[in-house]
Design a protein around this ligand. Sequence first.
Ligand code: FES
Length: 107
Amino acid sequence: MFYERHIFVCENQRPPGERISCADKNAEILKYLKQNSKTAYKGNGKIRIQRAGCLDRCELGPVLVSYPEGRWFSLKSTDDAKRFLEKYIASDDLDSVKDLEISDLEN
Ligand code: FES
């Protein structure tokens, strides 16, 4: 695997009046993740925070999906992004970010 962790962060932006967009709320979150992920990650391989278009879970956003495990998260603030990196990415401590996770059953 080229990237040991590959995290797709929706930054889709729609015009006003259309369906809600992750980019309405996630500019600082995306910036934080991009600036801090490599420091946080303690794995042996590479990590990449990847800008993505709409992932079709807009109403739960801002959303991201982390591979290879395929877990989805909704981060609402830079504090959430910090906890996501410190607890989940750095330590694989899923319990500490369970409230940020989106289940596969949610729209
Ligand atoms: S706009 Fe982000 S999932 Fe659709």
